[in-house]
Ligand binder design. Structure first.
Ligand code: NIG
Ligand code: FE
Length: 412
């Protein structure tokens, strides 16, 4: 394949910084190059820098892509999504608009279980096409790599079908087993958790179907003891742990994630200073999901500013799912985080690129545009990177994200 020169970029944000996986006061360093260009060869970044240094160096047989004075960033990385589901939750949405809460709707038979009823009958092929359709929504907003959870079948075979469906999106989608999303209504809870820990986790690990497991720890869902049990099973089989914690109330979930050595603690809307200190001490990455706070019409956003100031490598993700977050756009999450979580545009961009990639084990290939890394990049309808969070609906990918490297992330 001919080398490619991407020239005439108003800015290229390389995300090259002194400590790439961290945000914080010292990390407003995002590797910003004005009037920039980039050379791509064999799907990888070969050189990136000021246009007058790069363009004349370009190989003579290179194809030239004129970015038209636009902004270029790494393809965005969405580290928390739920792509495999059937049906919709418009009835829940309407009930919330009439004042019902997420918990009330779930108790009345809606919520996750409504989606389970629509997901269980689907074949692996149907699930794969649903997941592909949802991933395409993310791509249209500049995401080139995403994590996706299962969790809407809640039985052995359906969870396995969901994992198999996600394999069809590899390597762009990194699968996580979220069989512990809710207890199924048609099975004894203890027997279900036994099955998850003793059968599903070993099977998923052995067949290489998932990189991590996840669990929803919340009143009415899974307990701290359940999470301890799942964490042991995951560790025994070499899978990492991601956790939904402190979303609807502070149940000490951040401290639990720290004790269990989780890779990520996600949501954290109700996590306070103690929880933040515990995450920092244990080196657990917080994954913040402002789209789901907005999606549920709530007002308590996670303490993003405080987490950045505590030195945590904060990640922002969409939590795209049929219930709480009908949000495929990481830019919209950045817009919320800038306005309601007091994070800066640079911190937000770090949170959806390098920091997110690191939680998926892709820190050496994705989330940054440095020589040797995958040439996954987006040319935006914008000139300045701060526009991404300023007006997310105007700053859209100029065309589908350009992915020069189709065989990117490593196997889990
Ligand atoms: O991350 N909190 C649990 N899981 C999802 C919501 C799932 C749903 O409502 O379908 C979340 O917000
Ligand atoms: Fe989620």
């Amino acid at each position: 394949m001919r080398p490619l020169v991407v020239g005439n970029c108003s800015q290229i944000v390389t995300m090259q910084g002194p400590q790439r996986a961290r945000v914080g006061p010292e990390m407003s360093e995002i590797g910003l190059i004005h009037d920039a260009a980039m050379v791509v060869r064999d799907g990888k970044v070969e050189a990136v820098g000021p246009r007058d240094e790069i363009e004349w160096l370009a190989p003579s047989d290179a194809e030239y892509h004129d970015a038209g004075g636009r902004l270029v960033t790494p393809g965005l990385v969405d580290a928390h999504t739920h792509l495999v589901f059937g049906g919709d939750r418009l009835d829940d949405f309407e009930a919330r608009s009439q004042g019902k809460t997420y918990a009330e709707i779930a108790t009345a038979g809606g919520g996750i279980w409504r989606t389970v009823a629509a997901t269980r009958p689907l074949s692996t092929e149907d699930l794969a096409s649903q997941a592909a359709k949802h991933f395409d929504l993310l791509r249209r907003h500049g995401t080139t790599v995403a994590e996706s959870k299962t969790g809407y079948a809640l039985d052995r075979d359906g969870e396995l079908r969901s994992l198999r469906a996600l394999q069809t999106l590899r390597p762009r989608v990194v699968p996580t087993l979220l069989a512990a999303h809710a207890y199924p209504k048609d099975q004894d809870p203890q027997a279900y958790l036994d099955m998850v820990c003793d059968e599903l986790v070993p099977l998923a690990a052995r067949a290489g179907l998932a990189r991590d497991v996840d669990i929803f720890v919340e009143e009415g869902y899974f307990s701290h003891e359940d999470a301890e049990r799942l964490a042991m099973a995951a560790r025994a089989h070499g899978l990492g742990l991601r956790m939904h914690v402190d979303q609807l109330a502070d149940s000490g979930g951040a401290g639990l994630a720290a004790r269990l050595g989780a890779r990520t603690a996600d949501h954290l809307e109700h996590t306070g200073a103690d929880g933040i200190a515990a995450l920092a001490e244990a080196g657990v990455t917080p994954v913040l999901l402002p789209g789901s706070v907005w999606g549920l019409g709530l007002s308590r956003y996670p303490l993003g500013r405080e987490m950045v100031d505590a030195g945590l490598p904060v990640v922002l993700a969409t939590d795209f799912n049929p219930g709480s977050s009908p949000v495929p756009s990481l830019l919209f999450c950045m817009a919320l985080a800038c306005r309601l979580m007091r994070m800066t545009p640079a911190e937000c961009l770090t949170a959806v690129t390098v920091n997110a990639a690191a939680t998926l084990g892709l820190e050496t290939s994705h989330g940054a545009l440095m020589p040797g890394m995958a040439a996954d990049f987006v040319v935006w309808e914008a000139e300045d990177y701060r526009e991404l969070a300023f007006w997310p609906d105007v700053a859209r990918p100029a065309n589908n994200p350009i992915v020069a490297n189709e065989s990117c992330p490593s196997e889990p």
